[in-house]
Design a protein around this ligand. Structure first.
Ligand SMILES: [Zn+2]
Length: 681
């Protein structure tokens, strides 16, 4: 059942106005004045046309979704706004109440006052209070006996903690002092051994122009490898290689692996002298990666210098040997008549910390025979605060992550639907049977779906009484009217139930039978409740400080909320409860988006410090046709640098099938530029 007071014409206008609102936040765009082209966030429709009659297609479509949900990211179309004729009042009038209210909620929850809504912060407590305030306002019943809130606790896996239990190192019979002469590194293995020492330069297998620290037959079996950090430098201590090659080749884990693969019994790391790099000894941390099974120590440059001076018949020290390694004059050099004795023991633990969270839920009471059965409408209200837990780009740690799309948008959706459905129930015929609706916002989603797990573990109404769960996680960025809905195969007959709603919505709905497994709907599937996940797609600001409230599309959100209203109302008024079913395999196919795919599997375990290491290239893809190979490291795309997956993702968004781009990869020691013609995904 569609909401009676909204025409399709008005819906289209919402999208237009939504784009304008989105633009208003971009000061730079408006400052240009009339006619400035701005990156379009939202709408294909003409702006301020004054014409409320929708042009072109108004019927929705159902299409297959990409096989991986993270690939869903509809392209934006470009629109020009004439700031000179912008009529703000008209914009807000056209948006209508629901879109405006939704937008206010997003603006509020993504405001710095809410601190990015991280666990156990004041911002988080305010978020829960904020949601509860509106549930009370709409006269929802408290979902947890007399309370709207459900406190729960969970634990999260933290960073690796390293404890050095034993640190002994003697060189040439002289015992060194731990902490000043040397340290045991966090990835050290446990061992007690005495070994002769080999200087291995920078420990680089393949650098530019045939550079290598090793000969083909270099064998370090039983030897302690004295290893320089970083990459070759010139006389003034600056890198001889370009930045891409330096950061990639200098990956410390890669270098240590190269040494260990050649049989080394221990690694003695030293920072090269007279360079820009840091010269101090490292703290014991997990940053050097997982533990090796050989001892790994770092010595001060003074100690390494003494070792070399003592063993070199010509008395050359660390600086001289560094210079020989810089220009590739030497590969390895066995130190004469000097041995290292090491005794190391390290304990690595993943610390876990206990956290508390708060879900908030209220019930809109149904009526008649269906009143004791339920529809659940939810979304997570937490986000990552200042980005100081895992999965956040290092350079963004410490910065506010506003989480407007993720997931102030879904939280706002829950609040607006609470109002829409309260009103809808009030206006429904008196003798109509209606299920009750639970509105819930979850905490602890970002750290592993903890809030919805706590909620479903202890469901206030019993799983057998719930007909469907509707989850919103990132519904703020409707682009070109493309929406993704996952989990359409998780209820008997659900696909047929949904189709007319999708078609009436006017949206292009990319459906996936299975759920995403990555948001709160997953915990409802786990207790065999059909659940749908609504999602407007990935974008470059996902989980970054750039997920600002001005980037969201209120007109688009209103369209999505209308669709959710219709589905919720339909399920709530159907006598037959939906039965759970196991979804079929995801379509794997993917049509209708005109988007492109490269066709690589990135190597997440590689320690490249910049670029994307390619673990595999899929057959029949753009990457394969363009000559990309497993082991390549992607560092450039046309004239743009590719530092990580996000950069790569951003580039992919900007292209159409058939575009040819120049992708720069590092292959062994070479920089290779590939011409790649992008195929549709
Ligand atoms: Zn989310």
């Amino acid at each position: 059942m569609a909401r009676h007071h909204r025409s399709l014409a008005l819906v289209l206008t919402f999208a237009t106005a939504g784009w304008l609102i989105g633009t208003i936040g971009c000061q730079a765009s408006l400052a240009h004045g009339g006619g400035a082209p701005v990156p379009a966030l939202i709408s294909d429709a003409p702006v301020n046309s004054g014409d409320r009659t929708p042009a072109g297609e108004t019927r929705g479509r159902v299409v297959a979704a990409p096989s991986r949900i993270t690939d869903f990211a509809p392209a934006e179309s470009s629109v020009t706004v004439d700031a000179g004729t912008l009529n703000l009042r008209r914009v807000f009038e056209d948006l209508g109440d629901d879109a405006t209210l939704w937008y206010q909620h997003v603006q509020t929850l993504a405001n710095p006052f809410f601190e990015g809504r991280a666990p156990e912060t004041r911002g988080q407590a305010l978020t829960a209070e904020y949601v509860e305030f509106f549930f009370r306002l709409y006269d929802l019943e408290p979902a947890f006996s007399s309370s709207y809130t459900q406190p729960f606790s969970y634990s999260r896996r933290g960073s690796t903690k390293v404890k050095i239990d034993l640190a002994e190192l003697s060189i040439g019979g002289r015992r060194l002092s731990a902490g000043t002469d040397f340290v045991v590194l966090g990835n050290s293995g446990d061992a007690e051994l005495t070994a002769p020492i080999t200087f291995v330069g920078y420990g680089i297998e393949e650098g530019p122009d045939g550079y290598s620290s090793f000969d083909d037959d270099t064998d370090l079996t039983g030897r302690a490898a004295l290893l320089l950090r970083y990459t070759p430098v010139d006389e003034s201590g600056e890198s001889l290689w370009d930045e891409d090659q330096t950061t990639w080749q200098a990956g410390i884990r890669r270098k240590m692996r190269a040494v260990a693969h050649r049989g080394a019994a221990a690694i003695i790391l030293v920072n090269p002298p007279d360079t820009d790099g840091p010269s101090g000894l490292e703290k014991p941390t997990g940053r050097f990666g997982p533990g090796l099974d050989i001892p790994v120590v770092q010595v001060s440059p003074a100690i390494a210098n003494a070792m070399l001076v003592e063993s070199d018949p010509d008395g050359r020290g660390l600086a001289a040997w560094r210079r020989m390694a810089d220009d590739g004059r030497i590969t390895t050099y066995d130190l004469y008549d000097i041995q290292a004795t090491l005794h190391t023991a390290v304990t690595r633990t993943r610390n876990r910390s206990a956290l508390s969270g708060t879900n908030v839920a209220g019930i809109l009471r149904g009526r008649g025979d269906l009143a004791d059965t339920y529809v659940v409408i939810g979304g997570h209200h937490d986000h990552v605060g200042f980005g100081d837990h895992g999965g956040i780009r290092a350079s963004n740690r410490g910065q506010l992550h506003p989480g407007a799309d993720d997931n102030a948008s879904g939280t706002a959706g829950v609040l607006v639907l609470a109002r829409m459905l309260t009103e809808g129930y009030r206006e429904a015929p008196r003798n109509m049977d209606l299920r009750s609706i639970i509105f819930v916002t979850f905490d602890g989603e970002e750290m592993g779906l903890h809030g919805s797990r706590a909620f479903t573990d202890d469901l206030p109404v019993g799983a057998e009484n719930v007909s469907i769960m509707l989850n919103m996680d990132m519904i703020g960025r409707l682009r070109s009217r493309n929406l993704s809905v996952l989990g359409t195969g998780t209820g008997e007959g659900l696909t047929d139930l949904l189709r007319p709603h999708f078609e009436r919505s006017g949206l292009t709905v990319a459906v996936t039978e299975a759920g995403s497994g990555r948001s709160d709907d997953a915990n409802f599937h786990a207790i065999k409740v059909p659940a749908l996940h609504f999602f407007t797609g990935m974008h470059a600001e996902y989980t970054t400080p750039g997920d600002h409230a001005y980037t969201v599309n209120p007109g688009g959100a209103a369209e999505i909320l209308d669709l959710l209203f219709d589905i919720a109302y339909d399920v709530a008024s159907r006598p037959q409860k939906l039965a759970y079913r196991e979804p079929g395999p995801s379509s794997g196919e993917n049509r209708g988006y005109g988007r492109v795919r490269l066709g690589i599997r990135p190597d997440m375990n590689d320690d490249v410090e910049t670029g994307v290491a390619v673990a595999a290239v899929s057959t029949g893809t753009s990457a394969e046709a363009g000559g990309m190979q497993a082991g390549d490291v992607i560092v450039g795309w046309d004239d743009k640098k590719i530092a990580d997956m996000r950069d790569l993702f951003e580039r992919l968004q900007m292209h159409e099938p058939g575009d040819t781009v120049k992708i720069t990869v590092i292959r062994g020691s070479e920089k290779v530029v590939l011409d790649i013609t992008l195929k549709a995904s």
